[in-house]
Ligand binder design. Structure first.
Ligand SMILES: Nc1ncnc2c1ncn2[C@@H]1O[C@H](COP(=O)(O)OP(=O)(O)O)[C@@H](O)[C@H]1O
Ligand SMILES: O=C(O)C1=C[C@@H](OP(=O)(O)O)[C@@H](O)[C@H](O)C1
Length: 285
């Protein structure tokens, strides 16, 4: 048995070139899932554990299933285990999720915070509360983007003073260097999602809460894509400053999924933990 190496710790090659992995969708009648407990650095186990989950051929998700978004029992177990392990290395440092609008910072952040026994905060929500409940869209309308950015910086400053938190930042938080001064007190993780996938997601949920992407008419996907492209060109360098990156393209390939939108938030949160652990290890932090 050999580790595949590379991006994710969640896959292994067994014997002949047949991949067994951490896959929430069953494409075959039966699926085997192998988890390397050594890689998880579990102190009480030293050998590989074979986890066999049995899926009916017509079923889209494993029979063993719990939680939202089709997260399997195995996925939840892995997340919880990894969360405990990483929490013990963090010494209360905050985790800041950065990435484009709709990349899943809030969705993944909530699950991640539970796994670490951390609190969760969304900087947009924090700004809205500071503004007496005025929505982000309304703040943009009333004061413009720079007005919103001032409050966003204030929110990040306040959040940086509270330990043991996962913070979902707004997509544009990375463009102000002062925000990095606050976020650098913790660990920053970039959720790297292809623009096409973001545009599909945003076109499906609408742009009412995301003023920078709001479009009046026309093909929702194309307009979202074009605006995301413009924003991403301005921001990609800033996102690259993050301490760790979770690439959904790499993760989808590891999980043998054709569409990055099929990756569960639980699997993404687990990969965030794997990348944080790698960052801590590589940097002796
Ligand atoms: N892995 C995922 N699987 C399915 N839906 C997701 C996933 N991640 C995010 N979503 C959905 O995409 C939308 C945007 O996600 P959100 O977490 O609000 O992104 P962000 O906070 O980065 O703007 C939400 O409707 C959310 O439910
Ligand atoms: O990318 C951006 O500039 C913004 C992203 C939004 O947050 P999400 O990334 O949580 O959608 C919100 O802060 C505001 O609409 C501006």
């Amino acid at each position: 048995m050999e580790s595949m190496g590379g991006g994710s710790a969640l896959q292994f090659r067994v014997g002949q070139p047949k991949l067994f992995g951490f896959n929430h969708k069953c494409k075959k009648e039966h699926s085997l899932q192998l988890i390397d407990l050594n890689d998880l650095k579990l102190k009480t186990h030293t050998n590989f554990k074979l986890v066999l989950s049995h899926c009916h051929k017509d079923s889209q998700t494993p029979i063993l299933q719990s939680g939202n978004f089709g997260a399997s029992f195995d996925e939840n177990w892995l997340l919880k285990t990894k969360g405990k392990e990483v929490a013990s290395c963090l010494n209360g440092r905050n985790i800041y999720l950065v990435g484009m609008m709709g990349s899943g910072k809030t969705t993944v952040g909530k699950i991640l915070s539970e796994s670490l026994s951390y609190s969760f905060n969304d900087s947009d929500d924090y700004v809205e509360q500071a503004m007496g409940g005025t929505s982000v869209a309304q703040i943009f309308k009333q004061g413009g983007e720079s007005f919103f950015r001032e409050y966003e910086t204030e929110a990040l400053q306040k959040l940086s003073m509270m330990p043991r938190q996962v913070v979902a930042t707004g997509g544009g938080a990375v463009i102000r260097s002062i925000n990095w001064r606050y976020m650098r007190q913790g660990i920053t993780v970039f959720l790297d999602v292809p623009l096409d996938a973001l545009a599909r997601r945003i076109a499906a949920v609408g742009t009412d809460t995301r003023p920078l992407l709001h479009f009046d008419s026309g093909d929702a996907y194309t307009k979202a894509f074009m605006r995301l492209l413009t924003l991403s060109k301005k921001r990609s360098e800033a996102y690259a400053n993050a301490d760790a990156t979770v690439s959904l393209l790499t993760l989808a390939a590891c999980l043998q999924l054709e569409d990055v939108l099929d990756i569960t938030p639980t699997a993404i949160a687990t990969e965030v933990l794997v990348q944080i652990e790698k960052y801590l290890r590589d940097n002796n932090r």
